[in-house]
Design a protein around this ligand. Sequence first.
Ligand code: NAD
Length: 467
Amino acid sequence: MANYEFFKFVNQNFNRASGYLSIEKGLLSQIKACNSTYHIAFPIKRDDGTVEVIHGWRSAHSSHKSPTKGGIRYAMQVNEDEVNALAALMTYKCAIVSVPFGGAKGGVKIDRSKYSNSEIERITRRYTFELIKKNFIGPGVDVPAPDYGTGEQEMVWILDTYRSMVDSLDSDGCVTGKPIHQSGISGRTSATGRGVYFGLREACSMKKEMDKLGFTTGLEGKKVIVQGLGNVGYYAAYFLREAGALITGIAELHGGVYDEKGINIVKLKEHIRETGSISGYPDGKYIDDSGKLIEMNCDILIPAALENQITEENAPRIKAKIIGEAANGPLSDQGHKIIKERPSLIIPDIYLNAGGVTVSYFEWIKNLSHIRFGRMDRRYEENAMERLLEAIEDLTGTKFSENDLKRLGKGPEEWDIVDSGLEDTMVMAYNMMYEAREQHKTDLRTAAYITAIKKIALSYQQLGIFP
Ligand code: NAD
């Protein structure tokens, strides 16, 4: 992992896709280039009184749209190359799902398990302060969100630090992924995993593709192994299980669980929360080598941890025919090539994990408009539906049951609106990417890049700078 050149890998994919397009070279270079990267080093007082210098980065890959958008990662392998690569992926991801943002990403090089909660708070607030100082954050500039190693709590600290330093009506839109009572939106926490589910559901609904793999259509009964039971992996597994898939394996950092009969994901998460470890889970079989677990028999493999997990070394042993890239960059270039050579379907990260940024976009809109989705029209829609149902009863002479009246007459809550927006986005984007694949006779990853590059190029061309 240490020497992995992630940005080079992203650019290889970009170059491959560019070969299918007749776009001027200068414009392609502009789209590909990382516009700005900021490296920060700041001191933090540890709980024991010692001082440590922490390194952080924020990269704005493309500002063809404002603001830029992307998560903040806390992990030991964070470096400038990784942040640039992840920011570039954000640019292409936003284009694929038609979210009007440029791509960005931030990272702090720490192993968060080695810091107390108050140390993490000090690191988060200081990192935010440094971003504010250089105008690298703001609702119209650059808007962070959670990523690996961060969540709602860090987003609240970012919000609070920003609010305390910037006096603006729109301050709440400086960060997304906030809890609901801190200007967040219903459905953001589960959005990336839910998007993974919608994407896989769409892919598995296509008979032509499933026939090629020797599968029936639908998710029901499909065996799934997930690598990483964090935010994305948990919710992806949760919704897939609800749809009838069997979660047969969960690979975590220091071991995993395998159960042919299917794992109760809620119970397993509860066990990890209570004991701090996946080992000792009473059902299924404990596997101490999680690298081996992802090579076990299954239909769908969902890498939901980090980049460069399936490489030329282990790709020949991966059995899954469908790979759903929930993490960013989980397959190396060689890993992708090896799996592609056999009957398989690789659903690329820049499409499959775009649910998070989609709902972040909804949250940002909510913050700028200062109103919850559904607030103005929910009751109006309920009343209109009630009148319609009464008219149907009068005309047909039949009476709806209390249950039917409740079900049919329900106006949309914020979650309903967010969820239908997310579903629509993921379904439409899959079909757009699939059409590009059919048109260019290529793989889904190249097709996803083709789709993104075309949209971004158009946006630059309309500025009049490029031919
Ligand atoms: P997270 O920190 O919530 O969870 C990651 C989990 O992976 C942790 O439980 C960790 O222990 C586990 N893990 C780490 N290395 C592992 C390994 N080698 N084998 C098995 N498990 C391992 O992170 P997350 O937010 O779920 O992000 C996961 C991936 O999804 C990242 O690549 C991130 O960039 C991407 N992503 C996240 C979001 C989001 O909204 N959080 C959105 C888009 C993409």
